[in-house]
Ligand binder design. Structure first.
Ligand SMILES: [Zn+2]
Ligand SMILES: [Zn+2]
Length: 429
């Protein structure tokens, strides 16, 4: 069975997150999105851990499910088309490790996944001695990433430790601001314990395949959602039994049970290109080099994005395609609908209502974006949407890359005229 896995999310105890990031909220949206395995996020936070223990119970070995009574209440509020989707949780957390090494300040985000609440307790007990776990669901700790890895494995040998969004400028292992150039520099003799990395929204597997240093590692994706509506904007697809050991095994061995990833178009990520948000300057790596990395407006150094950094560390050409794993690109349904309606915010009530109609008619979002036949989408009364999804599946879209914290824009129709043409074409059908 194909499992869609999203291990990196945040609870309502992390900064700048939605109040709906509760266990129930994640369950509800997990079903609408079509995700099977959801990381709980934030397990180091004492109140969130209490919430996890109150609401979750053991299911298959190393996995948890929402308690039946709570699940039944939420299922009643879900459309029938998604009600029978299976949702399992696994304890996870992202830690912000801030330390200095090699004469530089390092700020790296690391993802930890474990198979039991007792492992959570073990890790939390050790981390409590290092810093405050209550201040933020994603704790900021003064610990070397290598020591964090060591401590994690001592507490739980079966833990999965994944450097998060490895290319982002500020908190990525290879980030331009505070990262390293190789895994060995960061983890030294413990490097062999790093078996998987997270691409982050601004990079995709093809970009990572260009770097020899990453050969053999599992290239994985998660949403890093700060609200349950953003669950699964990226995810990893695996084909294994539904147990922690099988899932972690796929990540650790990168074998054929790790099918591949579902990706944002990397251009849509906030740090794909280089630039200055306040100066309105967005550069490709070539433009940045021409200008020696200096902003033409304010004369200060530009924020160097993911594309530039990958080019800097890559050993292979842009079009290197070893064909290792399946890579699918998606645009979230709410964003597509917002574009079709010509509105800016994908979180508006009108857009959400329309999403709900689509879910109720056709099932969960991943099925709609990936597999439901285009004709069926049209026959269900969503003509324009069917054209948009057809374009998405054919990658017939327009990309404006993100930079310096500004999300990129991916358009299914170039402009108003093109959308109008599509509408007219539909009327003829
Ligand atoms: Zn992070
Ligand atoms: Zn500037």
């Amino acid at each position: 069975m194909d499992l869609i896995v999203d291990l990196h999310i945040h609870s309502h105890y992390s900064r700048a997150t939605s109040k709906q990031c509760t266990v129930e909220g994640l369950y509800y949206w997990g079903k609408l999105k079509g995700i099977t395995i959801i990381g709980t996020g934030d397990f180091t936070h004492p109140d969130w851990f209490t919430e996890m223990r109150d609401k979750l119970e053991p299911a298959e070995p190393g996995l948890f499910k929402l308690k039946n009574k709570l699940a039944a209440e939420i299922d009643r509020t879900l459309p029938e088309t998604v009600r029978n989707n299976i949702i399992r949780f696994v304890p996870s957390v992202e830690i912000s490790a801030i330390y200095s090494k090699g004469g530089k300040v390092r700020k790296l985000h690391q993802l930890i996944i474990v198979p039991s609440f007792s492992a959570v307790s073990e890790i939390n007990a050790r981390l409590e001695r290092i810093g405050n776990l209550k201040a933020d669901g994603r704790p900021i700790l003064g610990i070397d990433s290598k020591e964090l890895l060591r401590l994690t494995l001592e507490a739980e040998p079966d833990a999965l430790f994944i450097p998060a969004h490895v290319w982002t400028p500020w908190f990525g292992m290879f980030g331009s601001k505070s990262g390293f150039d190789t895994i060995d520099e960061a983890f030294e003799e413990l490097s062999p314990e790093i078996r998987a990395i997270e691409t982050g929204l601004s990079s995709d597997p093809a970009m990572n395949w260009r770097v020899k240093n990453l050969d053999g590692l599992a290239i994985t994706s998660n949403s890093d959602a700060h609200s349950p509506q953003k669950l699964g904007r990226e995810a990893t697809v695996i084909r294994t039994d539904m147990t922690y050991a099988a899932i972690a095994g796929a990540y650790k061995t990168n074998n054929e049970s790790l099918i591949g990833t579902i990706e944002f178009f990397p251009e849509e990520g906030k740090y794909h290109a280089d630039g200055h948000r306040l100066c309105g300057v967005r550069f490709t790596p070539e433009q940045t080099k021409e200008r020696q990395g200096i902003c033409p407006n304010c004369e200060k150094p530009l924020v160097i994005g993911v594309d530039y950094r990958v080019n800097e560390l890559a050993d292979r050409p842009v079009d290197y395609q070893p064909n290792l794993k399946q890579v699918e690109y998606i645009i979230p349904l709410a964003e597509i609908i917002a574009q079709l309606r010509g509105v800016k915010t994908s979180s508006s009530k009108a857009v959400m209502n329309e999403c709900e109609k689509v879910y109720a008619a056709l099932g969960d979002e991943f099925s709609i974006l990936r597999t439901v036949p285009i004709a069926r989408i049209r026959e269900a009364g969503f003509g324009l949407l069917s054209l948009a999804i057809e374009r998405l599946r054919n990658k017939d879209i327009v990309l404006e890359p993100g930079y310096d914290g500004v999300y990129g824009v991916i358009k299914v129709f170039k402009n108003h005229d093109e959308r109008q043409q599509a509408t007219d074409q539909l009327a003829l059908l």
